[in-house]
Write a new protein. Structure first.
Ligand code: GRF
Length: 211
């Protein structure tokens, strides 16, 4: 049973999907602690309502010293015996310090089919680019933002008339499916180094016949 920390900054709907999944019998991971960098993160109250230990470790007192904030988080993770970290709407860019300490043990969820549309405003950008497929990715965290290897992805269509909000809602429903799946794989030691077919939860179209 792997001990997991979830780091959040906001509402925590992905956190909730992980709390629900890990409460299922036989799930190979348990949530040891939920950590937020903001006291007003909505997910903190929800985690407490589920009986999960929570910590607020604000970044503001450290000013521009990101590494000092991360050292505090790292110490808390170690004190809680954490083995895997899930970033779930954690809105801080990590420095090489925390990424290095948790290399191969830290996951993030991003609302696009990476490597397409890393960074912010993914849904606006996907619609503006005329993308026909959108989706979400759970990936290992590396130093480059949203660049680490994908563990699980799900695709959804971009429909005529979609707004960033309607597309975000369709993608979010899939986020809540793939994060519990990805954490299960990670807890079982799966690295996700296989091909796209093993990372994508949606069925892929059959390959065209070879001439
Ligand atoms: C999600 O869309 C996630 O992919 C992105 O931030 C959002 C967080 O939402 N990284 P929530 O706090 O999990 O509801």
């Amino acid at each position: 049973m792997k001990k997991v920390a979830i780091l959040i900054s906001g509402r925590g709907s992905n956190m909730l999907s992980l709390l629900q999944a890990t409460a299922e019998p036989g799930y190979p991971a348990e949530i040891a602690v939920v950590i937020a960098n903001r006291a007003d993160a909505g997910g903190i109250k929800q985690a407490q309502a589920h009986g999960i230990d929570t910590l607020v470790i604000p970044h503001k007192p450290h000013g521009p010293d990101r590494a000092a904030h991360e050292a505090e988080i790292d110490a808390a993770l170690r004190a809680c015996g954490v083995e895997l970290v899930c970033l779930a709407g954690y809105m801080r860019i990590l420095t090489p310090f925390l990424v290095g300490r948790w290399a191969g043990r830290m996951l993030n969820i991003h609302p696009s089919l990476l490597p397409a549309f890393p960074g912010l405003h993914t849904h606006e950008r996907a619609i503006a680019a005329g993308a026909k497929l959108a989706g979400c990715t759970v990936h290992w965290v590396t130093e480059g933002m949203d660049e680490g290897p994908a563990l699980v992805q799900a695709a959804v269509p971009v429909l005529p008339g979609d707004t960033p909000d309607t597309l975000a809602a369709r993608v979010l429903a899939q986020e809540h499916v793939i994060y519990p799946l990805a954490l299960r794989l990670a807890a079982l030691g799966e690295t996700g180094s296989g091909d796209a077919a093993s990372a994508l939860v949606n069925p892929l179209p059959a390959a065209p016949p070879q001439p």
